[in-house]
Design a protein. Structure first.
Length: 255
């Protein structure tokens, strides 16, 4: 049976008597007392206690997937990660998917024992709860921002952020008006409109080229469909307020 050890240290926070060497001694002493022959101890020393994206960790996963490791011994569960969600991901990938036995000495955790399998189920449940909590907090944050008039996400074309609130941008609004004029009056295709804007060196929202799909997205957007572009003027405050009202109605419907 191929047994490996794993030791991890956050380079920004070195706990007393728990260095890489200390963890290695703990692992080797445990292995000796339990008739386990440790092939080697893989370690990571990074400036994080959460990430699984580390050289040693990746090596462990690769060995498990290749069937080169049957047992992994660690000094303490938090040597894997301090994130419950990532802990669950690692355990599922290692123990369930690749059938590797995981032993954590401090907690007397052994994935082959019934009691430890119950712990794995608890970790799985807490992980799902954590994901839901993050989702709920994000949704609440978005609702709170919108209630005070703040917009969340990228500003749609025709608008810019000003003091965390969206306001119409006259130059971009004029481009939108031009798109509708070419489409409705000249019957120009989306490709032709994009080509025309590029030839005039008029930048898109992010300063890049225009594409037919971008033109179509603006033309089809419900933000602009309720506006009468034949009489619209970006110099008229009432017209600009009408455009802002259109955006706010759309947001209210989506909420």
């Amino acid at each position: 049976m191929s047994t490996y050890g794993y030791a991890r240290l956050n380079a920004l926070h070195v706990p007393e008597n728990f260095t890489i060497d200390d963890q290695s001694h703990i692992i080797r002493d445990y292995a000796k007392n339990n008739n386990l022959d440790v092939v080697s101890i893989i370690s990571d020393k990074e400036q994080t206690s959460i990430s699984l994206d580390m050289p040693g960790m990746k090596k462990l996963v690769n060995m498990a997937e290749e069937g080169e490791m049957q047992t992994l011994v660690i000094a303490r569960l938090d040597r894997i990660t301090r994130s419950v969600r990532k802990m669950n991901h690692f355990i599922e990938q290692l123990c369930i998917k690749n059938n590797v036995r995981l032993i954590s000495i401090a907690e007397e955790f052994d994935s082959e024992r019934k009691s430890s399998q119950d712990i794995m189920n608890v970790i799985r449940i807490i992980s799902k709860w954590d994901v839901k909590m993050i989702s709920d907090r994000t949704k609440k944050l978005i609702r709170d921002k919108r209630q005070v008039g703040e917009y969340v996400g990228h500003a749609p074309f025709g608008f810019v952020y000003k003091s965390k609130k969206l306001v119409p941008h006259p130059k971009e609004v004029d481009i939108v008006k031009n798109i509708f004029r070419k489409r409705n009056i000249e019957r120009a295709s989306y490709h032709k409109i994009a080509r025309c804007l590029n030839e005039k060196r008029i930048p898109s929202k992010r300063g890049k080229k225009w594409y037919a799909e971008t033109i179509k997205m603006i033309y089809k957007s419900p933000i602009y469909n309720s506006v009468d572009w034949t009489t619209f003027s970006s110099q008229d405050p009432a017209c600009m307020q009408e455009l802002l009202d259109s955006l706010q109605r759309l947001r209210a419907e989506r909420d």
